[in-house]
Design a protein around this ligand. Structure first.
Ligand code: EPU
Length: 336
């Protein structure tokens, strides 16, 4: 069924009240193919909506929103060392993580509580606390928008990078991800080297952690720093951490000795949150928007912001980081 004039406020974590002219909720590949082939909808602009957690909507959508609600989690194969778990793209990511932890499938515990749906995870190669989706990714299925044909993509086809994949670049707007298959370990290989996790486990008095313990530590850290979108609209990190030439990093370090920098190949990854905080934005309220008081990289909607206001704030922040450090920030969120 096609709905008309739908407010997208409940469907984007910034809580922006934009309207969609038309919306179709799809629960299966055949229902998706039917919508794609519908002659009456052929001329409508198409917009694919997942969990809406990495999205800044600055205007109404004068076309067809296809809301991906393909559900289901299944263990499709098992070897001596691995479980292969397939999830519908419309499953809430954190629910998949909880399911895997409950069944002893290891590898995504560090990715607990990341907002959004499973389909968006490969799109931007989600990552946190030293783990990225690509580390556990096996394959995905996606439906081509123009033909309705289902195609399989292996890891190499996805061209994963830092918050990047082929679906954000070359194939942008061409495929709808329908399911994702992860290769998860039977024996946990904990990645707790990311400082904050070790500290949190210590605080919890845990010396030999289980999957659930690591997940809980991550949840505690995230909840202490990142605002809950149900309470305060946001989309997690608004910008990417910029990767710059190491020579530039050394130059900046000479002027700003406390600047964080992490090796990224022969380049250096800077902490966008630190750069933004140094420019005085952390905790600052600008109209209905602001940079979060506990994590400057997160922009928030204090209630009645429009997407344009948030976009304008992001422009101001980018300009001041550029003026102060000569570093160009890039948005992580998708702007429409
Ligand atoms: N920092 C500041 N001020 C701030 C925020 C951070 O000085 O307001 C400094 C911290 O002190 C630290 C460094 O920046 O030295 C890095 O901070 P943090 O560990 O909080 O992580 P991040 O680089 O800001 C990234 C991801 C997050 C992910 C965390 C944990 C990006 C764009 N963001 O943030 O991902 O949860 O690491 O792994 O890579 C997201 O993508 O939406 C997201 C939340």
């Amino acid at each position: 069924m096609i709905e008309q004039n739908v407010s997208l406020k409940p469907y984007n974590t910034f809580g922006l009240n934009v309207q969609a002219k038309l919306m179709a909720r799809v629960h299966s590949i055949p229902s998706l193919q039917e919508v794609l082939a519908d002659i009456k909808l052929k001329n409508e602009e198409r917009f694919i909506l997942g969990g809406g957690s990495n999205l800044l909507l600055t205007k109404n959508i004068d076309g067809l929103v296809i809301k991906n609600e393909l559900l289901g989690i299944a263990l499709i194969k098992e070897t001596d060392d691995f479980f292969f778990v397939q999830s519908g793209a419309g499953v809430v990511w954190h629910e998949l993580v909880m399911h895997c932890i409950a069944h002893g499938y290891a590898g995504i515990e560090n990715l607990s509580l990341i907002p959004g749906n499973v389909g968006a995870a490969p799109m931007q190669n989600i990552g946190a606390y030293g783990v990225e989706l690509k580390d556990v990714f096996h394959s995905l299925e996606a439906v081509e928008m123009t033909t309705g044909k289902v195609e399989t993509f292996l890891a190499t086809d996805c061209e994963f990078g830092y918050r990047e994949s082929v679906f954000k670049r070359k194939l942008k707007g061409q495929f709808i991800i329908s399911s994702v298959t992860l290769r998860l370990s039977k024996k946990p290989n904990f990645n707790t080297s990311y400082g904050a996790i070790e500290e949190e486990l210590e605080l919890l008095g845990i010396s030999s952690p289980t999957l659930k313990d690591v997940s809980q530590a991550v949840i505690n850290i995230r909840q202490s720093k990142l605002p809950d979108p149900k309470v305060l609209g946001n989309s997690g990190s608004f910008f990417k951490n910029p990767v710059v030439a190491t020579a530039l990093y050394e130059e900046l370090k000479a002027k700003h000795p406390t600047i964080p920098g992490y090796p990224a190949g022969d380049e250096t990854k800077l902490a966008a949150g630190w750069l933004i905080e140094q420019c005085g934005w952390k905790g600052k309220v600008v109209g209905n928007t602001g940079s979060h008081a506990k994590q400057a990289l997160v922009l928030v909607n204090y209630g009645n912001a429009t997407g344009v206001e948030i976009f304008n704030l992001s422009e101001q922040i980018m300009q001041s980081v550029y003026d102060t450090f000569g570093v160009q920030l890039e948005r992580e969120v998708n702007v429409y």
